[in-house]
Design a binder for this molecule. Structure first.
Ligand SMILES: [Mg+2]
Length: 235
């Protein structure tokens, strides 16, 4: 039965929430490191240091609250500028990273079935993510989530990053309900959980480590995505 304060929409973070980003990033970064060592004569340690410096420099240029900070094409451009190498290699590096990551990524166990179940329950299902749109579309298609969601909000389109409330407000607007009827699910306590609570949403911390870590007062802690439909139904 849908009660008066029932949840109407569930919004998910994407990276490290619907799939294991860290596991997919590892081979992608390895491929990129191999490329840079081979093409530019760097040691792996030098490349890692250059990469870190480029990340920092890009953050300085565009500010933290901006999706461009995640743009690897610009990051590699900055890296090549620092190396004094032709920036024409940047697209190749970006493509290598993303194609390797996309090939390696897998949804978390039960993630796709869980999305289907939520929609069968009559809930709107969306994604609210800090990232550029083109990469997030590719990932959602790759894990089979694209046709199982009702809406997507990227920090690129709202020009603000979680925990900025504007991203959460855009999610509620697309869900067509008040923020307090939305449950936001994500792996970051700072960006996802605190941000959602501050924007008036309910929140669940996805924490699959199984180490018994405490979440935040007023938020659920979720070890398995497959538990979510049952917990919502039991409210
Ligand atoms: Mg995340």
């Amino acid at each position: 039965m849908i009660t008066d304060n029932a949840i109407r929409a569930v919004v998910f973070d994407l990276d490290n929430t619907l799939y294991d980003y860290d596991a997919a990033h590892a081979p992608a970064f390895r491929a990129l490191t191999d490329f840079a060592c081979r093409e530019f004569g760097l040691t792996p340690e030098e490349f890692v240091q250059r990469h870190r410096a480029a990340e920092k420099e890009l953050g300085r240029r565009c500010g933290a609250n901006c999706a461009a900070v995640h743009n690897r094409l610009i990051r590699y451009q900055v890296l090549l500028e620092g190396l004094g190498r032709p920036i024409g290699r940047a697209p190749e590096m970006s493509r290598l990273y993303w194609s390797t990551l996309l090939n390696a990524m897998k949804p978390y166990p039960g993630a796709i079935q869980m999305l289907e179940r939520l929609r069968e329950m009559g809930l709107a299902v969306g994604i609210g993510t800090n990232m550029t749109a083109d990469n997030q579309y590719e990932k959602l298609i790759r894990i089979g989530a694209m046709e199982r969601i009702d809406f997507l909000v990227t920090s690129e389109e709202v020009t603000a990053e979680k925990p900025d409330r504007r991203l959460f407000e855009a999610c509620a607007a697309k869900a067509g309900c008040a923020p307090d009827r939305c449950l936001f699910v994500g792996d970051s306590l700072e960006k996802d959980v605190k941000g959602a609570l501050a924007a008036g949403m309910r929140a669940a911390w996805f924490h699959p480590a199984g180490d018994g870590a405490e979440g935040l007062p007023g938020a659920w802690t979720l070890e398995r995505l497959s538990d979510l439909p049952g917990r919502i139904a039991a409210m």
